[in-house]
Design a protein around this ligand. Structure first.
Ligand code: B12
Length: 248
């Protein structure tokens, strides 16, 4: 009987072009950060926790978030853009990233003095929350107290959270043309309630022309803008001034 000695074909992933993917391109010179980033790219939800804990021995949570977890997810976006990764890989990677972010956030704990509150949400009817998760992580890492309402949040709930928490800024993420219509409704209700706070709206479906059609709206192109925007809001800049600065 012929004994199978070479298992390489059994374990070969035909859904991924590993010739092209191979190891993800070098993301960090630091081996601990590179390992975390690679595990995000691999979508290894089980292995990533130990690697993040290891990296946190010598790096700050902010460094691990920015230079490994988000950097790894950026590499996943590149692989997606080039048609090398498909939906399942993107989801596995984002799940792995979330495990890592949760660990970093736990490490930051409440030790860091919080500058001000920011309410974040993903639009009603929309479960695409990867952009919001990144926004949350960056705001949190930059010392803001994130009131995370999660995904598929009804308009009324966003408005009542703003009334309750009095944040300096509120954010919304929408990936579908059918769900981004919640944003002008929220902006209108906030204004009626006398809460003229900047409302940063982002997500794949959303564009500057749409967001700048309603009062309070400021378009957020990249999640990395969120901390700078929150600093402006904290400094008391009006939504009009912020729109002029960040848009157009
Ligand atoms: C991953 C994904 C999913 C995952 C979502 C997992 C999750 N937890 O998020 C799953 C599989 C669940 C899913 C489901 C569906 N999906 Co989907 N999905 C995607 C996909 C592939 C990637 C989206 C993504 O996460 N991008 C990465 C993140 C980081 O991008 P982002 O959120 O836009 O954020 C960036 C910026 O916009 C910005 N940003 C975002 N928010 C904010 C906020 C602030 C304050 C700032 C400053 C910046 C900012 O920062 C980020 C970059 O730094 C897209 C395809 C695509 N090309 O986008 C389709 C896509 C969004 N999905 C689509 C659809 C139709 C669906 C389904 C309806 C499919 C179905 N028939 O069931 C369901 C939706 C169910 C629902 N009710 O929501 C369509 C939407 C079409 C449209 N324009 O209306 C897309 C575009 C695919 C397509 N081409 O048809 N999906």
């Amino acid at each position: 009987m012929k004994v199978l000695k070479d298992f390489s074909n059994i374990f070969k992933r035909y859904d991924l072009d590993l010739e092209k993917t191979g190891k993800a391109k070098e993301i960090s010179k630091d081996p601990a950060l590179q390992k975390v980033a690679q595990l995000v790219v691999d979508g290894d939800e089980e292995g990533i926790l130990a690697a993040v804990k290891d990296a946190l021995k010598s790096k700050s949570p902010l460094e691990v978030i920015n230079n490994a977890l988000i950097a790894g997810m950026n590499e996943v976006s590149r692989l997606w853009d080039e048609g090398i990764y498909f939906l399942p890989q993107v989801i596995l990677s984002s799940d792995a990233m979330n495990v890592g972010i949760a660990e970093c956030e736990a490490k930051m704990g409440k030790a860091m003095d919080r500058k001000a509150k920011v309410v974040t949400h993903t639009a009603e009817g929309d479960i695409h929350d990867i952009g919001q998760v990144i926004v949350n992580a960056l705001l949190n890492a930059n010392g803001f107290d994130v009131i995370n309402l999660g995904a598929d949040v009804p308009v009324d709930k966003v408005v009542s959270a703003c009334k309750e928490h009095r944040p300096v800024m509120v954010t919304g993420t929408a990936l579908m043309t059918t769900t981004m219509t919640a944003f002008p409704k929220i902006a209108h209700q906030l204004k009626q309630a006398g809460l003229g706070i900047p409302f940063i709206c982002g997500g794949g479906a959303v564009c500057e022309e749409y967001v700048t059609e309603y009062d309070l709206g400021i378009w957020g192109k990249e999640a990395s803008q969120a901390p700078g925007m929150a600093e402006d809001a904290l400094a008391g800049e009006s939504w009009e001034a912020m729109r002029a600065k960040w848009n157009g």
